[in-house]
Ligand binder design. Structure first.
Ligand SMILES: *Cc1c(COP(=O)(O)O)cnc(C)c1O
Length: 408
């Protein structure tokens, strides 16, 4: 059901946009991409007015889904909200693999089966509000699926480019949900160049990770939502599978905004950026003490969602990790596969590879002392495990010639 409050005008507290690197101000309510220095723009709000306009109690009475946080979001007209039935994603304690202090936030329950729905719902709603008609993006799969779905719902045209080894199910869902999709013999950054190249000639709008200001605002709702679910306390440590880092940056922004309006204190979770050993630019930069992460050559990992060789928001990811006292960590594809199997068979919870990477990283960090036993750890399962290839079953029975059933 559509949230009844969304049929009215939305209260919006956006004041301006701000370059995340230089702090330079940019006008809101007009189409913006990256800042002049080629870095992400962040949405800024009148937090004082926002804090007066909504209370925790009022929020508790609202219907489910991230539009419940509308005061914290940039859409000004309710008619521009594009929604496909978002839910508050459940937090599932690993009750058998831990004493319940390890908790999975299962983002696979969102529309299109991944947390990309959060970012793209906001990007597409704002595209509609700003009068854009044609959107383009490079994707490793889930972002493209979410953009296709929300854009079709909004009646906007989409053109999407993905590496030619993107899981077939992602390419198919993108096409079925109304986009024009092309496979490219390169990685996501190569696809990004194609999108950039068509901006002038075709006139499409570039919705690449962090190259427009609103996907972060959508991903920010993960931070708002988990704070509310934890009763406005925060867990000790958050493990986030990091590609472009939108979610990690978004949650960090959410916590700052919540503190500014007095809903949480200054205590922050340690933010952990999880990558795969075959593509770990952020981990390398973190360990080298660098502020930026150069292109990772020959990127490979079967966890496609975190196969991102270069991130325009690298310094924002590294800043959040360091300011929080967290760290960046890489895990092997073997460890990811083992973690996926362990959580599925022991807990009955089917993670995606990127989600499984967070559990593999948790186990490593627990073993080397970077996480203490008993600390509350939140793991992000970013997509439904059902989208990924699964092991074949060979066991077969002849109904007319059954073996002794006690031997099964
Ligand atoms: C996009 C994606 C990620 C990485 O998310 P970012 O916020 O871009 O770092 C991880 N896992 C899956 C399944 C994804 O689709």
């Amino acid at each position: 059901m559509r949230d009844p409050a969304l049929t009215q005008e939305l209260p919006s507290f956006v004041t301006h946009l701000e370059c995340s690197m230089t702090g330079q101000r940019y006008e809101a309510d007009t189409v913006q991409g990256l800042s002049e220095v080629g870095r992400p723009l962040l949405v800024r709000y009148d937090l004082e007015a926002l804090g007066k306009a909504v209370s925790k109690e009022a929020l508790a009475r609202r219907s489910t889904g991230f539009w419940r946080y509308r005061e914290f979001l940039p859409v000004r007209k309710a008619a521009n909200v594009v929604s496909l039935g978002e839910v508050v994603t459940p937090m599932i304690p690993l009750a058998r693999l831990s004493d319940g202090e390890v908790i999975v936030k299962d983002e696979g329950r969102l529309p299109t089966g991944s947390f990309k729905a959060r970012g793209l719902a906001l990007a597409v709603s704002m595209a509609k509000e700003l009068g854009l008609e044609h959107l383009a993006m490079p994707t490793n799969g889930n972002a493209g699926a979410a953009m296709a779905a929300y854009a079709s719902q909004a009646g906007l045209r989409t053109t999407i480019f993905c590496p030619d080894d993107t899981p077939e199910i992602n390419v198919s869902e993108i096409k079925l949900q109304g986009a024009q999709v092309y496979k490219v013999n390169g990685l996501i950054n190569d696809c990004g160049k194609i999108v950039g190249g068509g901006k002038e000639t075709v006139g499409w709008f570039d919705v690449s990770t962090l190259k427009e200001p609103y996907r972060i605002e959508g991903k920010k709702t993960m931070g708002l939502e988990l704070a509310e679910q934890f009763g406005w306390e925060l867990p000790d440590v958050i493990f986030y599978p990091t590609g472009g880092g939108t979610g990690l940056i978004g949650m960090w922004k959410a916590f700052a905004e919540l503190e500014a309006i007095g809903w949480i204190g200054s205590k922050r979770p340690r933010m952990v950026a999880v990558q795969a050993t075959g593509c770990a630019p952020i981990v390398k930069a973190y360990e080298a003490g660098e502020e930026h992460a150069p292109l990772w050559e020959d990127a490979h990992t079967y966890a496609a969602g975190i196969r991102v060789p270069i991130a325009v928001g690298d310094f924002l990811i590294l800043r959040a990790v360091r300011e929080s006292g967290g760290f960046a960590i890489a895990v092997t594809d073997e460890a990811i596969r083992a973690a996926l199997e362990e959580v599925a068979s022991v807990e009955g919870l089917l993670l995606c590879p990127e989600g499984a990477a967070t559990y593999a990283a948790y186990k490593t960090a627990l073993a080397d002392g970077r996480v203490k036993p008993g600390e509350t750890a939140l793991l992000f399962n970013c997509a439904t495990g059902l989208k990924y290839p699964m092991p074949e079953v060979e066991a077969w029975l002849d109904k007319d010639n059954l073996p002794d059933l006690t031997t099964l």
